[in-house]
Write a protein that binds this ligand. Sequence first.
Ligand code: GLY
Ligand code: MN
Ligand code: MN
Length: 438
Amino acid sequence: MPLSQNDFRVHRQNVMARMAPNSIAVIAAAPTAVRSRDTDYPYRQNSDFYYLSGFNEPDALLVLAPGRPEGEFLMLCRPKNKQMEIWEGRMAGLEGACDTYGADEAFAIDEAGDVLPKLLDGCSQIYYSIGLDTVLDQQVIQWLNSVKKNARAGASAPDVLSNLDQLLHEQRLIKSEQELTVLRESCDLAAKAHARAMQACRPGMMEFQLESELTYTFAQGGAPAVAYNSIVGGGENACILHYTDNNHALNSGDLVLIDAGCEKDMYASDITRTFPVSGTFSEPQALLYRLTLEAQLAAIKKIKPGNRWNEPHDESVSVLTKGLVSLGLLEGDLQTLIEEGAYKRFYMHRVGHWLGIDVHDVGAYKVNGEWRPLEVGMVMTVEPGLYIAPDDQTVEPRWRGIGIRIEDDVVVTQDGCEVMTAGVPKTIEDIEALMQSA
Ligand code: GLY
Ligand code: MN
Ligand code: MN
């Protein structure tokens, strides 16, 4: 279920409560993006805009003006246009902006050059995402100059420009119960999709054919979009961290790494599973897999209120480095190997990121220069990996070209965390049993 208008209203109220006195915030809708000539990419709203309104059209501005007597929530959007609706699809129009989306006042987007200077006149501070959208940057300067032109008539422009991101993104970082419900649905659906892919996988399939099992499941479950381009990498393709070509055949004896999640009602899931194309792990694959899983489980154990953001990562580094030494992939003193980052040859990314409306969601990782403590309601991924380059002549041939990542999505709870993607198997025994039952 998508968030309700009441949820968006609460989001707006919470932001407004934290804005400076006599200030205004402006958020621009995402523009459309051309794919080629006359065809666009599927439209995706700016996440901040969605979070504050649920409104899903381009060419719009959302304005929050706390304490403004005529109304605190304003929208500037495309007026209804019958002809355009026949060609391009439905539009909310100014009436819809008020009636459906709860705006106190709505104006045509073409009037922004008149409306915004009037709203800014007399305000002390304006918040917007500075530098995110060059069009908006230019517009804000024009609006401010336009107010300043009327200074002799008593107009006064805000003299503080503030980045909205910190204020808004700290709020987005802590998910409400309603948001967690949507995130759980997104995670459940992605878990189903990964389980289906495990069952459908056969040697000789193309990677994009296996990918279609996931996208099919997403759509059938109510998510027409992916949260990011799916990664389906067979064999050594799994060692390319952002592999999205997905155009090779899957070979018996290889592993396949799938990193895929859906966007369900605008909230992302992000799961990685790595499994044998033919249903059974070889010994070297199993050794590296067990080590990655041990690191992932240890990292998950470190997720609880009060622990700092870096603790799960550091734990994964410690488990992986120790394991790499016992497998003969690294040599030397454990502590020195960790301090010198020797593991980065095989584990070159961090253990996770925030998750929400964006797959790499917003919110600072450090506060006042220190890794931030985890709090109830923060949602994050846990995704250690091991990648042994196919041409690494310094390791035994049996390890070369093996890439493994195991990724789950968790929410911090009072006593630790809840794994929201637990619906898809991740032990060797459970994966093999599922694949062999198919
Ligand atoms: N799929 C993107 C990530 O795992 O961060
Ligand atoms: Mn991922
Ligand atoms: Mn991720």
